[in-house]
Design a protein around this ligand. Structure first.
Ligand code: TYM
Length: 346
């Protein structure tokens, strides 16, 4: 039985054999350690245990990124990141969202089942508008496309960070609404998926203490190295307690990041040093830098090697796209049948 936790509630996916893991990441900037601990690490862990589909969601990224060269570069960067971090293309499917055009077809069908008022209440939508993005239809409908992403492969388990909870709720609503509206009671098309959110890493803080996010400019990249990495770590905001005074590790951004990387013994040692005093934030930052360098050392090497083998990376995406289209098409045949959308070309 697969167990995850969300909202401190254990979720049990009863039929493990039928678990299909799906998730996506936007190619809208370089991936950061929030993406890694909130989602990617779980993607890598789960992809050898279940049927899994991971997609680089370039249609979603269009809502914020309008630069073709950057879009192409970030898309390949995300593929490199997955492979460097241990994704095995023999075990699961990695592909580019726009290689499966059926996903926009399903999104259109879902639009007709989605109250505009539900989308207008979207936390992520409101947050992006507050950041100055234009309230265009793509941004408003973002969660509907995400639901199509998940359901078109029969996704039942969705590893994501806590910020995606509401989007998974909308996906669950749409799966149920579609099944109730169009399917016979005993033959629903879509499973109702569960989020897979690990409480302890559900919101990774950025260098300014807010949620780490590409759009806040407060990230530490997974593959940042050398001086740029050091600069970012040294910029982490702390309070001004003097070195010799005791400090509360639970209130500090540096310790929040140390907890992600350090083993139990190091965590305990550093926590005690905070509480005793005589251990400054400068010490903590230096230690954090060491942990990051050690944690990603192997992946960095693999990424350097892979970046000289871009033909291989393209092959992985091409093969992944083919597999994903087949799976998506098998769902779409049933969707078209249920909705009465006859096709004459097949
Ligand atoms: P994106 O690219 O914004 O984020 C990718 C994943 O990283 C998680 N994440 C974080 N987790 C913890 N702490 C943080 N500071 C942090 N920042 C980001 C996000 O929760 C996410 O899991 N809407 C999705 C993309 C998407 C998708 C899907 C996901 C499109 N279709 C279908 C799952 C299933 C997103 O937020 O991407």
């Amino acid at each position: 039985m697969q167990t995850s936790s969300s909202d401190n509630t254990a979720i049990h996916v009863a039929d493990e054999a039928a678990t299909v893991v799906v998730s996506g990441i936007q190619p809208s900037g370089i991936l950061h350690i929030g993406n890694y601990f909130g989602a990617l690490r779980q993607h890598i862990k789960l992809h050898t245990q279940h049927e899994a589909y991971y997609f680089i969601v370039n249609y979603h990224a269009l809502t914020s990124l309008k630069d073709a060269e950057a879009m192409k570069q970030y898309t390949l960067d995300v593929a490199l990141d997955y492979l460097a971090l241990g994704f095995d293309p023999e075990k699961a499917t990695l592909f580019v969202q726009s290689d499966v055009p059926q996903v926009t077809e399903l999104a259109w069908i879902f639009y007709n089942l989605t109250p505009v008022s539900q989308l207008e209440k979207g936390v992520s939508y409101k947050d992006k508008i507050a950041q100055g993005l234009s309230p265009n239809a793509g941004l408003l409908n973002y969660p509907v496309l995400q639901a199509a992403d998940i359901l078109i492969y029969g996704g039942s388990l969705v590893p994501v960070g806590a910020d995606q909870k509401q989007h998974i709720e909308i996906t669950r609503d749409l799966a149920q609404r579609f099944n109730q509206t169009f399917c016979p009671k005993d033959a629903p098309v879509f499973p109702v998926p569960e989020p897979y959110i690990l409480d302890e890493v559900s919101v990774v803080p950025g260098v300014d203490g807010r949620k780490m996010s590409k759009s806040y400019g407060n990230t530490i990249g997974i593959f940042d190295e050398g001086k740029p990495l050091k600069k970012k770590v040294m910029r982490i905001v702390t309070d001004s307690t003097p070195v010799e005074d005791p400090k509360d590790p639970e209130k500090d951004n540096v310790f929040a990041l140390i907890k992600l990387f350090a083993d139990e013994a190091s965590k305990e040692r550093i926590e005690q040093a905070y509480r005793e005093g005589g251990y400054g934030y400068g010490h903590a930052k230096k230690e954090l830098l060491g942990f990051i360098n050690e944690y990603f050392a192997e992946a960095r090497e693999r990424r350097h090697d892979l970046s000289n083998r871009m033909d291989y990376v393209m092959d992985v995406l091409q093969e992944g796209g083919k597999r994903a289209r087949e799976k998506a098409e098998s769902y779409m045949e049933r969707v078209r049948e249920c909705t009465g959308l006859i096709t004459t070309k097949r």
